[in-house]
Design a protein around this ligand. Structure first.
Ligand SMILES: NC(=O)c1ccc[n+]([C@@H]2O[C@H](COP(=O)([O-])OP(=O)(O)OC[C@H]3O[C@@H](n4cnc5c(N)ncnc54)[C@H](OP(=O)(O)O)[C@@H]3O)[C@@H](O)[C@H]2O)c1
Length: 243
């Protein structure tokens, strides 16, 4: 799929993977709109060559209005990238933090999907790119909330891929390993095979171009995560409770 000339909305584009991807897509000739809450950070990313549409994705009505504005600014919509996300390491299980993960990572994604699916359906074509994580593959202590929302995103995107296929809409599930962004800045644990946000953006843009179903990177982390899925539950519990 040629990205040049495509009208692309990147949600969660004020920093990190979303910001790098917005730049990468614009460099490949796409017409890009960027959204998140921080207006000045969005303007820096846009650098005068993208439409800036601030929104808090936890507010369903605000997301609907933002989608209207994006369509107006770009003259339509071909591709949506849902990169907004929240991560906090849990020292112990904490329902308040769990709720925040649900609000941003799950309800926020649902609000965006709700706003864009009818438009893509009406156009009879489109691509939805959801940024999940390899953290959604297995339960990891400290990431109970984040991992649960990422597992749910993987499941949600898989189900939507089937449902939306007859409408000509393709769904891409992106599962990054560690990427050097604001989100990982304060992590104190080891982050093997960590890559830069621009490198992650290239992987994702390449995945969209080849209409991939799942884009997982870097390959070392992707394979480790796949292997982890094969570990029996009891062994997984023993292995992780030792660390
Ligand atoms: N970094 C990694 O190692 C890694 C690995 C796997 C998956 N991921 C996933 O990749 C995605 C991007 O993360 P990142 O690493 O690029 O982190 P990041 O730099 O912290 O970016 C997160 C983005 O989400 C936006 N956001 C957060 N809450 C929002 C809200 N309520 N409404 C609208 N936008 C909101 C932030 O913008 P504002 O604060 O301006 O709203 C920011 O643009 C996330 O879904 C994350 O889970 C990251």
């Amino acid at each position: 799929m040629e990205l040049s000339g495509r009208r692309i909305w990147v949600v969660g584009a004020s920093s990190g993977i979303g910001a790098a991807l917005a730049r990468e897509l614009a460099d490949r000739g796409a017409r890009v709109a960027v959204s998140a809450r921080r207006v000045s950070a969005l303007q820096d990313v846009a650098a005068g060559r993208m439409a800036v549409v601030p929104v808090d994705i936890t507010d369903a009505e605000a997301v609907r209005q933002a989608a209207d504005r994006v369509v107006e600014e770009l003259g339509g919509l071909d591709i949506v990238v849902l990169s907004a996300g929240y991560w906090k390491q849990l020292k112990d299980f904490d329902a308040e933090s769990f709720q925040r993960h649900l609000d941003v990572n799950l309800s926020g994604m649902a609000h965006c999907l709700d706003a864009v699916i009818p438009r893509l359906r009406a156009a009879g074509a489109g691509v939805i790119v959801g940024i999940a994580s390899v953290a959604g593959y297995r339960g990891l202590p400290g990431a109970e909330a984040y991992g649960a929302t990422k597992a749910a995103q993987i499941n949600l995107l898989e189900a939507l891929r089937v449902r939306l296929r007859p409408d000509g809409i393709h769904v891409v599930t992106v599962c990054p390993g560690f990427v050097d962004t604001e989100m990982t800045d304060s992590n104190t644990f080891p982050m093997p095979f960590i890559i830069s946000a621009p490198r992650a953006a290239q992987e994702i843009a390449n995945g969209i171009e080849r209409r991939a179903t799942r884009v997982a990177f870097p390959w070392q982390m992707s394979w480790l995560a796949r292997l982890a899925k094969l570990v029996p539950d009891n062994l997984w519990t023993r292995l992780l409770s030792r660390s």
